[in-house]
Design a protein around this ligand. Structure first.
Ligand code: BV8
Length: 262
């Protein structure tokens, strides 16, 4: 399939005509950086577990050692990963929107902070971050970029159990992040869903908000999702392939000027 088939002119044209762009990413956007998607993260050593066995407050209360080991293993895995061409393309899309006087909001379900590492600004993190851990005694939250904790479950200086500052199933999303993401989805006239199975709510509802608001809605995903039949365009490709091609069509030569993605 050649580039113009992978990135139809209708997508480029809708992006050029849009005044407000909202993008939502899921674990598929980080897959080409070597970070397993959420389902893949439950393979191998963890394949006997289900998400609700590890990614819930109940699991943490029941077995804080196992839960914190899993999260710290994922944190350390992320430490060795770098942004992929899809992350850099989204960072350049934000720059392009700024130059073109368009509004741009990047919302992510991911907890790896690779968008920020690629130069994206003001990323709306719906599900928190693996890099931040919170003391369950004092509520103090800070970033842990070092090596493995020396004990599991880890404890803060105050002696309280540390938990990852991610949103577990059954926990409310950060109100400010959800409000900003919902407003951006309602207000946009172009919505792009990248690398998400569109199964987890309320994140999966953002595309519906955009559609209801009259936006052009597209997805880039390796496999069909519950969105695929409802939206204007579904591109069956990897984020690392499709997003740079989209930027090539919008702003040829962007890669050579990538150094100005500051
Ligand atoms: C809440 C952080 C209320 C932790 C995560 C409405 C309907 C149904 C259910 C619900 C509903 N409302 C709420 C629920 C319950 C629940 C939910 O949605 N359950 C689902 C399973 C049915 N939601 C919640 O519990 C949420 N909380 O609603 O609270 C509330 C209100 C007030 C007070 C108290 C409570 C909280 C949800 C957040 C959970 N935390 N992450 C952690 O990371 O461990 S979710 C986690 O799974 C990820 O963040 C991601 O969002 C989600 C899905 O993971 P994956 O499937 O791996 O990734 P993704 O979906 O992105 O899929 C990968 C896709 O990429 C695939 O399609 C693949 O084909 C594609 N792909 C792969 N490689 C590539 C690619 N595409 C492109 N390029 C590639 N290279």
């Amino acid at each position: 399939m050649d580039e113009s088939e992978l990135i139809p002119e209708s997508l480029v044209d809708a992006l050029r005509r849009a005044d407000a762009i909202c993008t939502l990413t899921g674990a598929g956007a980080s897959a080409e950086s070597g970070i397993p998607t959420f389902r893949d993260a439950l393979k191998g050593l963890w394949e006997t577990f289900r998400p609700e066995d590890l990614a819930t407050h109940e699991a943490f209360t029941r077995d804080p050692e196992t839960v914190t080991r899993w999260y710290d293993e994922r944190r350390l895995q992320c430490a060795g990963c770098r942004p992929n061409p899809g992350h850099f393309a989204l960072a350049r899309l934000q720059q392009w929107c700024r130059v073109m006087g368009k509004s741009f909001t990047l919302v992510t379900q991911n907890v790896d902070r690779l968008h920020q590492a690629a130069g994206s600004r003001e990323v709306v993190e719906l599900h928190g971050s693996l890099w931040e851990w919170r003391c369950t005694k004092t509520g103090e939250q800070r970033e842990y970029r070092g090596g493995a904790f020396d004990q599991y479950p880890p404890r803060s200086e105050a002696g309280g159990l540390l938990r990852p500052a991610v949103v577990w199933f059954g926990e409310a999303l950060p109100p400010d992040a959800l409000a900003k993401a919902s407003q951006a989805a309602r207000d946009c006239d172009f919505f792009l869903s990248v690398g998400t199975s569109a199964l987890v709510h309320p994140a999966a509802g953002l595309a519906h908000l955009a559609k209801a608001g009259g936006a052009f809605v597209a997805e880039v995903n390796l496999e069909p999702t519950p969105l695929s039949g409802l939206i204007d365009l579904s591109i069956r490709a990897s984020a690392g392939d499709a997003l740079p091609l989209l930027m090539d069509r919008l702003h040829p030569g962007w890669r050579s000027s990538a150094s100005d993605a500051s």
